[in-house]
Design a protein around this ligand. Structure first.
Ligand SMILES: Nc1nc2c(ncn2[C@@H]2O[C@H](COP(=O)(O)OP(=O)(O)OP(=O)(O)O)[C@@H](O)[C@H]2O)c(=O)[nH]1
Ligand SMILES: [Mg+2]
Length: 419
């Protein structure tokens, strides 16, 4: 993803463990993974237990001194803090430590910047980057240009990173306008999908859970699936015919992560919102990851933030090939759960059966005898629903089927005034 010729930045990861949470160490593991994805080399870690983050310097005084020594020992080029820093914190740490100061947000923005491939993705990333930078110009400005590369300098608007406040403001409003246009297009696509009445299923989940691998396995979509965080940034939609014959649209979406930067959620809303307009969410979980529970929690929290938490969910515990035996995680928030390996294809059939079940539950059962002159209605059922049984009797055509609610109205309404 990154040019190898570029010198790898040597970074120290810095975190604060708050009294009420104990997953700071795991969060740092994830930060290391993110840093690695962005091409940096982690040369040290500092984790401080504190009641709260220090408002001026993130770490307390003593720890900051310790960090300074570690920077000297390891010849680090910079530090990455695990939480979003305020402009003041960046400035103070910069003065104190004399190296490049980065945070989780900057890092994630940087990875997104390198991943963005569509114009929509690029606009969204640049907007998020500029908004982040806007308030931090003094703290970041010099440290970024001094190094002339590395984390925080990549992106669609790379040349514009040196812009002053006034220009940034202008660029932000231009991008906001462009994004509005993009959103309008997305809305139109959604509307035409809704008209076609083909159910939309959004694949959601923590980053690296196997969402793209699953979409590829189901539809041969040929999307990049990698053992890297945020391999997918732009949503891809593919048609899929379920075993019973019904067609659905499957959309692969950007992965979620803990502490997903607010700017990014804002900027990426139109991409992330795919989940909001879906009929069903397919939640892919990496069940071989020891952090599985926290990751599922993050996914549900993010869905809530996107106002998509009222959708029916099917949870697919993925990477079954990596765990053995009795292990049987559960998800009480899901309508159904399945155990699959997107890689080997194991369990995928059962998963599709779950999808059919849940889609059927969203439909209404219809059992009726139609006169032979009403054969058009049978066509309607075939097209939009599932025809379970069809019998040609003396009174007419006996039909038992599951149909979408809106089609149901058309099927039961009898213009002749009833028989
Ligand atoms: N062993 C095993 N590995 C899997 C399975 N499914 C996916 N993977 C691997 O997990 C990694 C991540 O898969 P992706 O499909 O890129 O995951 P994603 O959820 O799309 O990730 P992002 O797009 O980064 O959010 C890849 O290296 C896959 O090969 C599985 O069933 N078993
Ligand atoms: Mg992906």
């Amino acid at each position: 993803m990154y040019e190898t010729a570029e010198k790898r930045e040597r970074v120290i990861l810095v975190g604060v463990s708050l009294a009420d949470s104990d997953d700071a160490e795991q969060s740092l593991d994830e930060l290391e993974e993110l840093a690695r994805t962005a091409g940096a080399l982690c040369v040290g870690r500092v984790l401080q237990k504190r009641e709260q983050m220090h408002p001026a310097t993130y770490l307390g005084r003593g720890k900051t001194g310790e960090l300074k020594d570690l920077i000297w020992e390891t010849q680090a080029d910079g530090i990455i803090c695990d939480d979003e820093l305020s402009p003041a914190q960046i400035g103070n740490l910069k003065d104190e430590l004399g190296v490049k100061i980065m945070d989780r947000t900057l890092l994630i923005l940087d990875i997104f910047a390198a991943r963005a491939s569509t114009s929509e993705g690029k606009i969204q990333v640049e907007l998020a980057q500029l908004k982040y930078r806007q308030s931090r110009l003094t703290g970041l400005g010099t440290s970024l240009s001094r190094l002339g590369g590395g984390i925080g300098t990549r992106g669609p608007g790379e040349k514009k990173l040196e812009m002053d406040r006034r220009l940034i403001k202008g660029r932000i409003s231009q991008l906001t306008r462009e994004l509005k246009e993009v959103k309008r297009h997305r809305q139109l696509t959604r509307e035409s999908r809704a008209k076609s009445r083909i159910p939309v299923i959004a694949i959601v989940g923590y980053t690296n859970a196997g969402k793209s691998t699953l979409l590829n396995a189901l539809t041969g979509a040929g999307i990049l699936a990698e053992d890297k965080l945020f391999a997918t940034l732009d949503p891809t939609t593919r048609n899929l015919k379920l075993p019973g014959g019904q067609e659905v649209l499957l959309t692969d979406t950007v992965g979620f992560i803990r502490k997903l930067p607010h700017h990014l959620i804002e900027a990426f809303k139109s991409t992330l919102e795919e989940a909001k307009y879906a009929d069903l969410l397919l939640h892919v979980v990496d069940a071989s990851n020891p952090q599985m529970d926290q990751q599922m929690h993050v996914v549900y929290e993010t869905l809530r933030e996107l106002e998509a938490s009222d959708k029916p969910v099917i949870t697919a515990f993925n990477k079954k090939d990596r765990f053995e035996g009795e292990y049987a995680p559960r998800d009480f928030q899901a309508e159904r759960t399945a155990f699959i390996s997107a890689k080997t294809g194991e369990g995928v059939e059962e998963l599709l059966a779950c999808v059919e079940d849940v889609l059927r539950e969203q439909k209404v059962e219809i059992e009726q005898i139609y006169p032979y002159s009403d054969a058009g209605k049978i066509q309607l059922i075939r097209k939009y629903g599932e025809l379970e049984k069809e019998e040609y009797t003396q009174e007419g055509i006996y039909v038992r089927a599951y149909v979408p609610v809106d089609v149901y109205g058309k099927l039961t309404h009898d213009p002749s005034g009833g028989r």
